[in-house]
Structure formats: structure tokens, C-alpha cells
Design a protein around this ligand. Sequence first.
Ligand code: AMP
Ligand code: MN
Ligand code: MN
Ligand code: MN
Length: 276
Amino acid sequence: MLDVDLHSHSTHSDGMLTPSDLVQRAFGQGVKTFALTDHDELSGLAEARAQAESRGMKFIAGVEISVSWQDETLHIVGLNIDPQHPEIAKGLRTVRVGRHARAERIAADLERAGVEGALDGARRYARNPDLLSRTHFARYLVERGAVQDTQTAFKRYLTPGKPGYVKHQWAELAQAVRWITAAGGAAVIAHPGRYKLINRQREELLGAFRDLGGVGVEVVTGSHTADQYATWARYAQRYGLKASAGSDFHGPGESYLDLGKLPDLPYGVTPVWADF
Ligand code: AMP
Ligand code: MN
Ligand code: MN
Ligand code: MN
């Protein structure tokens, strides 16, 4: 088991715990090196760092940036960034601004499908008014009784082809990598096994990402099966990328993997955190 967890969410994006509570839970589960990686947002990092350092943990400032690439939405995690760096702060602000209009379009789409009041409903679940995510809509759909759980909310409503899914233009891959790199961080492709990419696109993405200065890929994540750990360890080695590991924890009962429950990296890959 790893005592490292480099992907997690707090109430500053779509997680259920405050940064302090999240860090305390991680500490209780044996995590020693911890990164908070809220979606498109840095505002939780100071609180998380203070809590982690008071417990003697190593804290890594992180972020998970939403990116549009070839018709697919990708997530790029930035690790070990300087949250004060102006370029990343400014870039993420523009991404968050885009979420407002997107949320309105999601709500209008849901309304056409017979789900009323979704914008206000989702907002009630968003502690950070600047960061309305599909997760908040999913929680509202559960509250309304439209579906039994958030997984089903995504399956029936919030994914491509379903009412409540709208196309959106996020940051460009090159921008996300540049913001992270300029802030002194390492850019990592989050949960690569989750994207709908054919083999040729995977290779294209890995090559382009590496050429832009990308450093690693998540190999061990709550979104991967054990087979995918092996697949993405091989890709990492082939492309000279390092390997990252993170639960992608959002809250008790909402995530596949709890904090501090990650298996070791497959043999032969270089951990991205070796340099931190
Ligand atoms: P957004 O950035 O607003 O598009 O929301 C993306 C978030 O929705 C992800 O970070 C996950 O937390 C959550 N999510 C996406 N797909 C699913 C799914 N199939 N089941 C549960 N949660 C999901
Ligand atoms: Mn999320
Ligand atoms: Mn993600
Ligand atoms: Mn995540």
C-alpha cells in the first residue's frame, strides 16, 4: 500500500469535505504525502497545507485542470505548483468563468427533460459558487428522486448524448501544461484510462503532451482497473513519462477508492513524487 495520495477534492470544487477535514481523514488513513487537486481552483490549498503541515505530513499543492482536446474532455493534474504564480491563477479564473454559462445551459437542458429548478438545486450543493460542476447537478438529481445515486445521475443525465450534457470549451492542452509548468509544477494526465480515445489518439496525446513539457501520467487511480495499471505503466515507460498515484477521493460513499488505499505502482516506473 502507498502512503502517497496525489489526487483529491474538497468543498472548494466538487468534494464533500473541507480541506481541513479531507487532510485529517487522509492522515487518519495513513497518508504521508498528500496533494489537494481541486478542479480549476486553488483556493483550498492554503487551508489544506496548514492542516497537513500541523500533522507532519508532506503537502503537495495541486490542481486538476479541465481541458478540451480533439472532442474529448481531459483532466490534467498539476502537482507541486506555486499557487501564487499569476499565470495559473489568471488562467484558472477564465476556466471558472466559463462554468457559469455552462451551468445555465445544463439547467436549461435538464428543464427540457422535465427536471425543474436544477440551477438553484445544484447551487445549493456548491460551497464554492464559482465552481458549479456536474457533480452538484448529480446530487440535486438524487435529492429530487430522479435517480437513486449519483452514478445513475451521470449515466442517465449528465454524460454525452444524455439530457443535461452540454458541450463545453475548456482550456487548451498547451495552456494547461504551460500554466502548470510556469508555476514550477509537474503536469500529469489524470485517469488516462477513462477517456474515449482510440489507440492512435492515445499515442498522439502522449506524444503531444510530452512535447509540451508534460511530466507524467496517473497509473494508479480510483478510475483504473488493475489491468489498466499495467497498461498505463507500459505507456509511461514507452513515452518517458513518470507515474503518479491518487485516489480521486470526493467524499465518503462517493468514490471508488478511499484515501490511503492505493496499491503500489507497478514495477519499473518512476514515481513522479520522487522529485518533490
Ligand atoms: P465537470 O468538471 O463539471 O464536468 O464534472 C466532472 C466531475 O464529475 C468529475 O470530476 C467527477 O467528479 C464527476 N463524474 C464524472 N463522470 C462521473 C460518473 N460517471 N460517475 C460519477 N461521477 C462522475
Ligand atoms: Mn470531480
Ligand atoms: Mn478528473
Ligand atoms: Mn479528480
